[in-house]
Design a protein around this ligand. Sequence first.
Ligand code: 5RP
Length: 222
Amino acid sequence: MSNAPLNQDQLKRLVAEAALEHVEDGGTIGVGTGSTVNCFIDALAASRIRIEAAVSSSEATSERLRGHGIRVIDLNQCGGLDLYVDGADEFDPHRRLIKGGGGALTREKIVAAASQKFVCIVDESKRVRVLGKFPLPVEVIPMARSLVARKLAGLGGQPEWREGFTTDNGNWILDVHNLDLVDPVAVESLINDMPGVVTCGLFARRPADLVLIGGPQGVTRL
Ligand code: 5RP
């Protein structure tokens, strides 16, 4: 067997498989979006676990789940969820996250809010001491794009329109560079309060409950 360090794809598969131990047979779970979550969906389908249904955070995830024969239901069809599994673009030592690199932040935030337990699956490259190296995605109502961009610039950030990209909700994304996120809870509230903002990709008011991190030593927990 080779002793070569695992590459990023292998780390994603490793951490995705580790998340399976949180999934109960017969349960209904929330499922996030992204390449790490895709590994989780594939691992779930290949496992012996048979869930009742999933609530999905994006059209892409719904398609992948259905492709594996996993039933996808609307959040309105279920009271609440025990578990939400999703990736992240960054995590800090307090399990606060930046999400939305894939543009699914609003539905991700809704499903996370509906779930008792949020298990975040990441590889070591996503670890930071202070959030903000990754540009913060902000979903905006299209007519408010430049208004919100000016307000974000007023906070010291450099918003960049993710041109050509429309979210599953029919909205647009501003990726904000160089924001000061030393107090991410305050910034999350400040941005979410701007008229025209649907939500921002900070998951600080509702952080992950558990972060599983795939690294050279295997999977560690935070
Ligand atoms: C999508 C997200 C993803 O969780 C995030 O972008 C991480 O993706 P990946 O697992 O592909 O690195 O927030 O909106």
